[in-house]
Design a protein around this ligand. Structure first.
Ligand code: DAH
Length: 340
């Protein structure tokens, strides 16, 4: 028995010396001192011995146990320390390393242009409204007085999602939503994305932006339209800017017009930007057609209104001298960084 105890002690010492992890040390503890451990077994078997033998073996076993426990404690402490060191080593940071510079982004020219327009409209007392990009065919066409045979409804121009749902082709549908939800006096602007099945080229993109405007109140006339849009143009392009209205046709306005501004590049003398004419067309507008007001439940005997729709890409391209609309959607930082 004494021999066996010695053997257990030596073995344990050897194993603890070789232990590289806390688990190794724990394995030794369980193997020797655990419930079914080698030493525990010996102590348990002592019942069969004479009192004399029991005393002797008990003392020896206790001594071995104490020795092994001391070794265990030492090994655990050592290994814990080692694990801690390894952890510190792995988590070490070099506080002298120079920081990595990060690049500041900047706003896209479309965003900048919409923000500039929004600022002007807000200063003129307009509130911002928004509508969904996925619209009903009714709001995008029927409610805007574009009858079933209107050419814009043709599937070649419009992304239809179903017979009744489409990607809006214009922000004018926000007029319909506004008329249905608000009572006059109404004075709103609505920036947003529009979609048309166009093959991309220098001036066409299947996704583009418009800013819509709508004013409805008692006694609104074409003079209010001209005054408001002239003021808008002067605020956006500078006080020297002049405006000119040309007759046009839109199904949702009557009468309808397009507005030109004097070229902000050459001041009207004629240059490359205005193609020598001195004028640049920037928006469509008109007096809201009574049929549109009626869809919104507005009393057309009492109220009149005007509306307008501005092409954001067109204004941004002219303003910043961008000659290909596709550049706006390529996310090339060399392009975007020019608009800081
Ligand atoms: N929705 C028209 C378009 O996409 C632009 C437009 C013209 C909007 C006249 C208007 C308007 O509100 O009165 O071409």
């Amino acid at each position: 028995m004494q021999e066996r105890l010695k053997q257990i002690l030596e073995e344990s010492k050897e194993q603890l010396k070789n232990a590289v992890s806390l688990q190794d040390a724990e394995d030794v503890r369980v193997k020797v001192l655990g419930k079914k451990g080698q030493l525990t077994e010996i102590l348990r078997g002592m019942g069969k011995l004479t009192p004399e033998e029991r005393k002797e073996l008990g003392q020896a076993a206790n001594q071995v146990r104490a020795e092994i426990e001391a070794h265990l404690e030492e090994t655990f402490a050592h290994l814990k320390e080692k694990a801690q060191q390894a952890k510190f080593e792995a988590e070490k940071i070099d506080v002298t390393e120079p920081g990595r510079g990060f690049e500041m982004g900047n706003k896209h020219p479309i965003t900048v242009t919409i923000e500039e327009m929004s600022k002007v409209f807000k200063s003129m007392g307009y509130s911002l409204v928004e509508g969904p990009e996925v619209e009903t065919v009714f709001n995008n066409f029927d409610a805007l007085n574009a009858g079933p045979d209107h050419p814009a409804r043709d599937w070649t121009d419009t992304f239809y999602i179903s017979d009744d749902v489409l990607l809006r082709t214009q922000t004018s549908c926000v007029q319909v939503r506004t008329l249905q939800n608000q009572q006059p006096p109404i004075r709103v602007f609505a920036p947003g994305r529009c979609f048309r099945c166009d093959t991309p080229d220098a001036t066409h993109s299947p996704m583009f932006h418009q800013v819509e405007g709508l004013v409805v109140d008692e006694g609104i006339t074409m003079a209010d339209l001209k005054g408001a849009l002239d003021r808008f143009a002067k605020q956006l392009f500078g006080p020297e800017t002049r405006t000119k209205f040309r007759p046009h046709h839109f199904p949702f306005t009557e009468p309808s017009a397009e507005m030109d501004v004097s070229c902000f590049k050459c001041g009207g003398k004629g240059c490359r930007v205005c193609k020598g004419s001195g004028w640049i067309e920037i928006l469509g507008c008109g007096m809201v057609h009574p049929n549109v007001l009626k869809v919104g439940g507005i009393d057309t005997e009492k109220y009149t209104g005007f509306a307008f729709g501005i092409g954001v890409e067109r204004v941004a391209m002219l303003k910043y001298g961008i000659d290909d609309i596709r550049l706006m959607y390529e996310n090339d930082m060399r392009f975007i960084n020019q608009f800081k």
